[in-house]
Design a protein around this ligand. Structure first.
Ligand SMILES: [Zn+2]
Length: 175
């Protein structure tokens, strides 16, 4: 499996052809006689709320440098989405949380961006369920609290991606 459309076999390096499998157009390695799948990458993020406020981090790395978003990232091999979201919250915002304290909110199919697709799971938790003081960490240039309803409605000076606003709508409608 590859995260971007492959040109060469990841196992043997042979230039790939195409085949049709169950109606899907697939990359195919003639040397390995094997399909090379192009699948979405799993991701996870978390909405941390403190009363009316939502925790956001400002991205310090590509893509979307400078954009505010929820703490999150790719799921590592062997992790559950909740474990990934908890790890990213620690790495990017300095807050520790038990993955069991993260409640699933919504799932999203994102992309393609440069041929890459992502499937993301968004969780929610409360500030009270976390330990530590928010501080910008890896991949984050800044961290801050913003009025959740303003972020949901696309107001103020904070513009987040659509899937964050969609998840936010769900949790705020549930209040
Ligand atoms: Zn091959």
């Amino acid at each position: 499996m590859t995260t971007r459309p492959p040109s060469f076999c990841p196992d043997c390096g042979t230039e790939l052809g195409r085949t049709t499998e169950e109606g899907y157009d697939r990359a195919y390695c003639p040397a390995c006689s094997a399909v090379v799948y192009h699948n979405p990458v799993p991701g996870a993020g978390v909405l941390v709320r403190d009363g009316a406020d939502l925790l956001l981090v400002r991205r310090a790395t590509a893509p979307h440098v400078g954009q505010w978003t929820v703490p999150g990232g790719h799921v590592e091999t062997g992790e559950s989405p909740a474990e990934a979201a908890a790890r990213e919250l620690g790495e990017e915002a300095g807050l520790a949380v038990d993955p069991a304290a993260l409640d699933p909110v919504s799932t999203h199919a994102l992309g393609p961006r440069d041929g890459k697709y992502t499937v993301s799971v968004l969780f929610e938790t409360t500030r009270a369920a976390t330990d530590g003081d928010p501080a910008a960490g890896s991949d984050a240039g800044d961290v801050g609290w913003f009025d959740a309803r303003t972020v949901r409605d696309g107001g103020a000076d904070v513009e987040v991606r659509g899937f964050v606003r969609e998840g936010l709508r769900r949790v705020l409608d549930g209040d």
